[in-house]
Write a protein that binds this ligand. Structure first.
Ligand code: SAM
Length: 279
């Protein structure tokens, strides 16, 4: 889709790009083709697309995949997409806030997504990616278009300022890669910064990721500059268990004075396994 095509759709259907939903629509065919190629879609793949917008990627996705399920929060866009794709049995659009969708219900109804794709709303990049990593840890590949600033958080390493839950959880999911940048003027309306297309490819081993693991990491990193013993005591399931936490930390060979923000993703996995052996 080009800028003039998107403008025409917006005028015809009364669509006004909403800032609160991070609506910047991709309007450059070359970037769309590159995202599709980067996704390495197979003919039998089921794709989950979060926030399809005016459908810049959706139709091209459906030409490569078995089925594309789109979740869009905006009622006007959902209505537009439902009408536009009404004759296409490979695309279904759900009008809902993705963060309020039950992954269990979705998997029961549609099966497990092979690939997740999203050009993410800027203000929800971290919550949406963390939810997807916890809820769909066996997805083969995740392909995200994010504002370049978000890459700092995603690709950062322990003991740096931007290291946080998303750096840790995405590393545990699999291999991370930044593929290419998309200039702001390739979107309509143009956002304030350059975007980047990144992928997470799942490690082959069995995964520990789950919603509980994600909330464990989030809880521990809320107090990132405290010692790991104090930080873990604020995790809801561990409140009042300081002695047990100390024992586990000693057994893992981690210093009791280490700060939460200095722990590697692997150390978070070891601590979680030791603290929640039955889960
Ligand atoms: N995928 C389209 C594209 O590439 O042009 C649109 C991308 S735009 C940056 C983000 C999209 O996510 C918008 O369509 C917006 O309405 C949608 N969105 C924002 N928050 C959402 C949420 N919580 N659940 C589902 N969709 C959401």
């Amino acid at each position: 889709m080009t800028v003039s095509e998107i403008k025409e759709i917006c005028e015809r259907y009364g669509i006004v790009a909403q800032k609160r939903w991070g609506q910047n629509f991709l309007a450059d065919m070359h970037s769309i083709d590159r995202i599709i190629d980067t996704s390495e879609i197979g003919a039998d793949d089921f794709i989950l697309e979060i926030g399809p917008g005016v459908g810049s990627l959706t139709e091209s996705l459906s030409q490569r995949a078995r089925f594309v399920l789109c979740i869009e929060i905006d009622p006007v866009l959902s209505q537009y997409l439902t009408e536009r794709f009404s004759g296409n049995r490979q695309i279904e659009v759900i009008h809902q806030d993705f963060l309020a969708v039950s992954s269990e219900t979705l998997i029961r109804r549609y099966g497990y997504p092979d690939i997740i794709i999203s050009n993410l709303p800027y203000n929800l990049t971290t919550p949406i990616i963390l939810t997807l990593l916890g809820d769909y840890p066996n997805t083969r590949k995740m392909v995200y278009t994010v504002e370049e600033d978000a890459c700092d958080r995603i690709f950062s390493i322990p003991s740096t300022k931007s290291y946080g839950p998303i750096s840790i959880v995405s590393s545990i999911f699999g291999e991370k890669k930044k593929h290419f940048s998309i200039p702001a003027n390739h979107f309509y309306p143009a956002p304030h910064t350059v975007s980047a297309v990144i992928t997470f490819s799942k490690h082959m081993n069995e995964t520990i990721l789950s919603p509980l693991f994600v909330s464990f990491v989030r809880g521990a990193m809320t107090m990132r500059r405290k010692t790991i013993v104090n930080a873990l005591q604020s995790v809801p399931l561990l409140i009042g268990q300081s002695e047990r936490i100390r024992d586990v930390i000693d057994a893992e060979g981690i210093s009791e004075s280490a700060r939460a923000e200095s722990l590697t993703p692997g150390q978070f996995v070891h601590l979680y396994r030791a603290l929640f052996p039955d889960i």
